[in-house]
Design a protein around this ligand. Structure first.
Ligand code: S3P
Length: 438
């Protein structure tokens, strides 16, 4: 497959409106729960990125009739909780950890067996974190070497409820357990060590399935009824918007508007962190779409200063650290983040890959097992290896706006997993960005 590189050069202010793609986490869940509902659901604003298309393909392979997506619209003829069919062959979930972990929970409860595989990056990611609690529920799951994929799930086991204290804040693990719990005998209780994104809980409630939360404890009863089909509008993805929030903050004279961005309190750590660094971000027209708070964001350039990022904000901004590290490199003073060891098991080891890339641009970075310290410095040009990680690639495209010479970012193909329109959006608001396929 052709490799895609970006070359970005510094330039003038960014201006205009960026219509960011649909939220990835919410899009996955919308497909999954619509497939399990009894009847036709209509989804608008769906992310048409490769990760979500992988989830759509998986449900087609599981016997669900799905029309689209076209212009973000998807029609799903849900088959009910007990209507999925055994797929022919393995389900290939590409680059998507969310698809594999959520499907592990769902597949553990089916009367048939499944095998889950993915691309090179996904095949390196830890899966015991979902397999272990599912086994406690009675599932039979084999992981590959070192607890990594492939996942071989032996179906036909009746599951039972558990009370599970999660060892890490992970919405994927929580969601896998909640999906299995729909089928389990009894009341499942999940206790979070820190809040993680709560889209699954919100959306289950939106499909008419009762989920109870009391502080850090979530309770769900198996067999509590069917999922009712919905009409659902997916907000724009704050994780994709984050690149533009940082870009407009660091390029003097910039002003960008980002309509209908998801502002879920379990996701909006990036806004709190950027504001603490001095960023000028306003939320206008706050409303609710698909059970999620949304707002139009307006960001203007502002001088940023380094901060110690509060640990409690880390899980609430976990996917935004590549972008935040670029903000830190352009800030006055030092920014530190600790308690972020989860970044080592994302699509790449984001602490190592970001530290290497920043160093290549002349930034002083100290790497800890669980974080980074970054001293703000004028950036020089250079060559960056993205490690095939979509968010690393987009983060360094933003860094290129502030570098003295061109920044060449290699291996940007996976930007299509979460934000296929990134290049078009970036160019439309003033990025000097060239795409080279080799
Ligand atoms: C996601 C949860 C997070 C996040 C990922 C999407 C989700 O992962 O990093 O991009 O949709 O549930 P963890 O559950 O591993 O924290």
């Amino acid at each position: 497959m052709a490799s895609i590189d970006y070359t970005v050069r510094g330039g003038g202010p960014l201006a205009g409106t960026v219509t960011v793609a649909g939220d990835k986490s919410i899009s996955h869940r919308a497909v999954i729960l619509s497939a399990l509902a009894e009847g036709r659901s209509e989804i608008a604003g769906l992310l048409e990125g490769e990760d979500v298309l992988g989830t759509v393909a998986a449900f087609r392979a599981l016997g669900v009739t799905i029309d689209g997506p076209r212009d973000g619209r998807l029609t799903v003829d849900g088959v009910g909780l007990h209507g999925l069919k055994a797929p022919v062959g393995a389900l290939d979930l590409g680059n998507s950890g969310t698809s594999m972990r959520l499907l592990a929970g769902l597949m553990a409860a089916q009367p048939f067996g499944t095998r889950l595989v993915g691309d090179e990056s996904l095949m390196r990611r830890p899966m015991e974190r979902v397999a272990a609690p599912l086994r406690l529920m009675g599932a039979v799951i084999e992981t590959g070497e070192g607890g990594r994929p492939p996942l071989h799930i032996v179906g036909g086991r009746g599951l039972h409820a558990i009370e599970y204290r999660m060892p890490m804040a992970s919405a994927q693990v929580k969601s896998a357990i909640l999906l299995a719990a729909l089928y389990a005998r009894g009341r499942t209780v999940v206790i979070e060590p820190a809040p993680s994104r709560d889209h699954s809980e919100r959306m289950l409630a939106g499909f008419g399935y009762p989920v109870h939360r009391d502080g850090a404890t979530i309770t769900i009863e198996g067999g509590a009824g069917p999922l009712r089909p919905v009409q659902l509008d997916v907000p724009a993805d704050l994780s994709s918007a984050a690149f533009f929030l940082v870009a407009a903050s660091i390029v003097p004279g910039s002003c960008l508007r980002l309509p209908r961005v998801g502002m879920n309190p379990t996701r909006r750590g990036v806004i709190d962190i950027l504001r603490a660094m001095g960023a000028h971000i306003e939320a206008e027209n706050e409303t609710v779409a698909g059970g999620e708070p949304v707002a139009d964001l307006v960001v203007r350039s502002a001088p940023l200063r380094g901060i110690a990022i509060p640990r409690e904000l880390v899980p609430l901004a976990i996917d935004e650290f590549p972008a935040l590290f670029i903000a830190a490199a352009c800030a006055q003073g030092t920014t530190t983040v600790r308690g972020a060891e989860e970044l080592r098991v994302k699509e790449s080891d984001r602490l190592a890959v970001m530290a290497r890339g920043l160093a290549a641009l002349g930034v002083a970075v100290e790497e800890y097992p669980d974080g980074l310290a970054i001293r703000g410095t004028p950036l020089k040009g250079g060559v960056i290896e993205s490690g095939g990680d979509h968010r690393v690639a987009m983060a360094f495209a933003v860094a290129g706006l502030k570098a003295a010479d061109a920044v060449l970012v290699r291996d940007c193909r996976n930007v299509a997993t979460s934000f296929p329109g990134f290049v078009a959006c970036a160019k439309a608001v003033g990025f000097d960005l060239e795409v080279n396929a080799s």
